[in-house]
Design a protein around this ligand. Structure first.
Ligand code: PHE
Ligand code: CO
Length: 301
């Protein structure tokens, strides 16, 4: 029945577990998926573009075409404009080419990785304005749903907004904040922030509500559900509130948090989180479907 769930992503508190699991399963075959044998100390590999088959390029084109058709009226303007200028519709892209464009735009680069990487490695890449992109592509039977992030999720979902200067600065700050949170027992809270913003965030625009989270933008089903369904809550973003809130990794989200701008996201996450982590450690987490009595459910778009 759940044939059309969203993809799972790089949430730090589950990443380590799935990272270990992907390593454990690596022995079951010689496919491209999760081959860590050639990774360097930063988990970086060479993207072997010649290894992608014509069938894989065709699957990419189908994924891209289905998803691109869903973007107008659903994705934020910056995502649509930046994706178009990446010219990545015709097959699995060469990361080096996009990385050169990106580097000129915002100083970010792309690095190829075998799949999920450890938290510390992930944060170190982001803090150095390097975005890790998984090299392998899902199989045809995973068209609508995939357990681990693949190249389609990582590249299509995440890379376009790295061309946005404010979003790009925010993600670097997140990486630095991740390294700091590791020292402060704050990773659980920072993972929730990532989940409800970078992966499943909504933004209020002059034209209406739009998606900016990569988990929404790379999903064939949730990109519509998050805006139009009456089931989930849509709540004004508040960093402390989001960091208290549990999330679902195997179903559509029960709550979405709405920012007004990337400037707001940057500003609201700029303060020192040390006292916030200390407070959160004394509070019970909120279920994913919580609506506090101080909050308003914005309703569907
Ligand atoms: N301001 C946060 C801190 O002091 C770091 C951070 C920035 C976290 C941006 C997330 C996003 O820990
Ligand atoms: Co992701």
């Amino acid at each position: 029945m759940n044939a059309d769930l969203t993809d799972l992503t790089h949430a730090p508190d589950t990443e380590q577990a799935r990272f270990l699991k992907s390593l454990a399963e690596k022995s079951d075959g010689g496919s491209l998926r999760g081959d860590y044998t050639h990774a360097d100390a930063d988990y970086v590999v060479r993207q072997d573009c010649a290894a992608y088959t014509p069938a894989q390029h065709a699957l990419w084109r189908d994924l891209y075409a289905r998803q691109a058709a869903l973007l107008p009226g659903r994705a934020c303007d910056a995502f649509i404009a930046n994706l178009a200028q990446m010219e990545a519709a015709d097959g699995i892209p060469d990361f080096a080419r996009t990385s050169a464009l990106l580097s000129a735009a915002t100083g970010w680069t792309l690095v190829a990785v075998p799949g999920l990487v450890p938290d510390k490695t992930f944060f170190e890449h982001l803090a150095a304005r390097r975005f890790p992109v998984t090299v392998w592509l899902r199989e045809p039977h995973e068209f609508d749903y995939i357990v681990e992030p693949d190249v389609f999720h990582d590249f299509f979902g995440h890379v376009p907004l790295l061309f946005d200067p404010v979003f790009a600065d925010h993600l670097q700050q997140y990486g630095k904040g991740g390294l700091k949170a590791m020292r402060l027992n704050g990773l659980t809270y920072l993972a929730r922030l990532y989940w409800y913003t970078i992966e499943f965030g909504l933004i209020e625009t002059a034209e209406g509500l739009r998606a900016y989270g990569a988990g929404l933008l790379s999903s064939g089903g949730e990109i519509e559900q998050c805006l139009r369904s009456a089931i989930p809550r849509r709540i004004a973003f508040n960093a402390g509130r989001v960091m208290r809130t549990l999330y679902k990794i195997d179903s559509y989200q029960e709550s979405y948090f709405v920012i007004r701008s990337f400037e707001q996201l940057f500003a609201d996450t700029a303060p020192d989180f040390t006292p916030l982590y200390a407070r959160l450690q004394t509070q019970a987490a909120l279920p994913a479907n919580t609506l506090l009595d101080t909050e308003v459910d914005r309703g569907p778009a």
